[in-house]
Design a protein around this ligand. Sequence first.
Ligand code: RB5
Length: 148
Amino acid sequence: MKIAMGSDHASFELKVFLKNEALKLGYEVNDLGSDSEKSVDYPDYAAGVCREIIAKKADFGILLCGTGLGMSIAANKFKGIRAALCNDLYLAELARRHNNANILVMGGRILGKSLALEILKKFFSTAFEGGGRHQVRLDKIAEIEKSL
Ligand code: RB5
């Protein structure tokens, strides 16, 4: 599985930690920055990760900022992106099972490293339930995107 990762300065340290853990778990990781704790603008990194997924160069994404809010808002502007802010394990599970989320978003100023890692593991080990009512709802979201 190929994962594109991005963060701003507020989650740079968490991104380095999670990137190394994801590599240990056997995922292929493309780190799209940022590269330090110098202040940057989170939409630039959200865009980079979303474009990798839309171009099918990555299967999934991870986006990290201080709260996770800015990255979520920015990423969900892109067609075909379902970015889910999961600052707990239940949200990580449901984001995959019901929403077929393709980007995991977390807040580095909200979560400790060990919980963030557990959330990452839960997200990437949970499958979309598929079919039925969940797919109908995702299709409706896709219709909204087409109408914009
Ligand atoms: C950066 O200070 C902070 O605003 C950003 O990381 C994020 O929390 C925005 O939603």
